[in-house]
Design a protein around this ligand. Structure first.
Ligand code: MRU
Length: 355
């Protein structure tokens, strides 16, 4: 399967107190690693999508705060904690939609607070440990998601995916792409259509790159071609990731996802959302409460060509995510299993019950 899975995308290097990331904005052309040593560098890497994908953002933020706190030389807990909260709030302001960022940083804070009676060495150690636990749990969750997901698929199926919810977007393996990789290992011979995913081309730059690297049969299509390949009978299931799943199953994911869901419903194709339970936000009763990131107009007007792609001064609307309503979703797949509509009860059980 090539060497995709030996390619680490995010880790902490405590030798040089740096968060190390594979810079996803350089793909597919170059594999560049960046060692980020300041809060500003980490914030910028998350904001500019050098590290991206909901679970990977959570892992990067956890490692980031752990790395930054290693350099804090105070001995009283209140001062240490004050600095922690400052960094946490700052990193939380980098992107609003993927809940994993907030969940991971809340977990780091809760762990630190449980050790307030100890010393500075312990506070630093528990932050390192918690960040590692978040990464490991994410990797394990992805494997489980792959197992559940592949149980819904059959050999030879045509699959369609939007954005990138693969190895690059998580600690290992992926969410929406995890069943594809498992199927590949089992000789299922899927053919995958990757939506290019305007405006930032995560499908073209990242999904096509990693599926090809893993030896999966992948065909890149422009976003406006999904209907055609569905109508032609070339797609038997849609697999997408998620940035935040509301308590009723409404799901925020990359802009364009909800359009794909509408098409899938029209053509009678199952539409599956795959993600770890850390992406479920019981604090959002429905998708209405999910904050949708709006990004710079230049991403639409001049990002990918040397020349402008639109007239100077044209009005632009650039929401980075949309919400797919629960009634368009066939099933939500997490590490804990497969939820079918109505989703509320199962999502609540997954979040509340410790297995
Ligand atoms: O803006 P991005 O590239 O971070 O958006 C990513 C997505 O929408 C993914 O589908 C989602 O985070 C799931 S990643 C496993």
């Amino acid at each position: 399967m090539g060497n995709l899975f030996t390619m680490l995308t995010v880790w902490a290097d405590y030798g040089q107190n740096a968060l190390v990331i594979l810079d996803q904005t350089c793909l597919p052309n170059r594999e560049v690693y960046l060692a980020l040593k300041t809060a500003e560098e980490i914030w910028e890497a998350i904001y500019s999508l050098k590290v991206r994908g909901a679970p990977a953002i959570g892992v990067a933020a956890a490692y980031g705060v752990a790395v930054l706190m290693q350099g804090v030389e105070v001995t009283d807990f209140e001062s240490f904690y004050r600095e922690f909260v400052k960094v946490k709030k700052y990193l939380e302001s980098s992107r609003p939609t993927a809940v994993n960022l907030f969940m991971a940083l809340d977990r780091m804070e809760a762990r630190l607070l449980r050790h307030r009676g100890e010393g500075v060495k312990d506070w630093k150690r528990v932050l390192r440990e918690e960040a590692e636990a978040i990464r490991e749990e994410d990797a394990a969750a992805c494997k489980r998601i792959g197992e559940w997901g592949v149980s819904l698929l059959r050999p030879g199926m045509g699959l369609l995916t939007h954005c990138n919810a693969g190895h690059l977007a998580v600690s290992e393996y992926g969410t929406a792409l995890a069943p594809v990789y498992l199927g590949q290992e089992r000789g299922y011979a899927f053919s995958v259509f990757a939506d290019e995913t305007r405006p930032l081309l995560q499908g073209a730059r990242l999904t096509a790159y990693e599926l090809q690297k893993a030896g999966v049969d992948v065909t890149l299509i422009c976003d406006n071609m999904a209907s055609t390949v569905m109508k032609q009978g070339r797609v038997q299931a849609v697999l997408v990731g998620c940035d935040r799943v509301a308590a009723n199953g409404d799901t925020a994911n990359k802009i364009g996802t909800s359009g794909v869901a509408v098409l899938a419903k029209y053509y009678g194709i199952p539409f599956y959302v795959l993600g770890p339970t850390s992406t479920i936000d019981m604090g959002c009763p429905t998708g209405e409460q999910i904050e949708i990131e709006e990004r710079a107009r230049e991403e639409v007007t001049e990002k990918w060509y040397a020349r402008r792609m639109a007239p100077e001064g044209v009005k632009v609307y650039n929401p980075a995510f949309d919400v797919t309503s629960a009634d368009l979703i066939t099933a939500i797949i997490t590490e804990r299993g497969i939820a079918y509509p109505p989703f509320g009860g199962t999502l609540r059980m997954w979040k509340e019950k410790t297995f």
